[in-house]
Design a protein around this ligand. Sequence first.
Ligand SMILES: [Fe+2]
Ligand SMILES: [Fe+2]
Length: 304
Amino acid sequence: MTILIDQPQFGTEVEGKRVLNNEKELEGDEGFRMPNANSFGHNFRDYEVESERQEGVEIFYRTNHINQTYDFVKKMREEYRKLDRVEMSIWECCELLNNVVDESDPDLDEPQIEHLLQTAEAIRKDYPDEDWLHLTALIHDLGKVLLLPSFGELPQWAVVGDTYPVGCAFDESIVHNKYFKENPDYKNPAYNTKYGVYSERCGLDKVMMSWGHDDYMYLVAKENKSTLPSAGLFVIRYHSFYALHRSGAYKHLMNEEDKENLKWLQIFNKYDLYSKSKVRIDVEKVKPYYLSLIEKYFPARLRW
Ligand SMILES: [Fe+2]
Ligand SMILES: [Fe+2]
């Protein structure tokens, strides 16, 4: 079964990957080599294709910013924390996600499992002792199963893209921030101040984040009593929170533990961005290592 997603994958995340991917190709081992087309035959400097993509990204963020309200997130969290949909292991979920191919993300023609393993293997090479971070990398995007029918088949705007807190003022650094003016919370005095429903240094785990694959996977790991360290859970929940880890916004809500964990998120993020490289992974070869990590940090079969 192959599920084709007919919209591009959105987010600062994706744009960063595209740029870095090109840079990487430029500095290939055999010396300077200018790539002029990706695997879909589109020129990297095809401005018409580029502007169409930009338009798609704008439409995506407009829908996202209008609909991600405090009440919507609350409803989604309540619904999905029941974990009453599917029972499967982490590895089974990796294989399931493999059926999701983003057809129109023009620089990504590899199955999702390769992105996950490329990220994980790259981190493993540089941080061989942090096995929790290898597993975190493997599972960080598994929440994208929300796009599949058995997980509610949520629209793209409720699954991918940059995430941000709801219940307090939307920061200016959030991508396409102008569209928040159409979000009902924007005019609600309970939600539109610096702290909103939160208090100073309350800790990010008290903060409701816009709903998507990050928060869903965080809930799955937490509710299934994963023994991943708090830094692992932090990376999963905030990896698309670019206003925090790229722009430094919302620091007033962070506690001491968040500050420590943010260092790991910043390390992780560099690898997530590079992971669309053309390095192919022999899945069968690395599988036993990741199965051993799954057994260590997720002792039981998971409910989703
Ligand atoms: Fe992600
Ligand atoms: Fe990712």
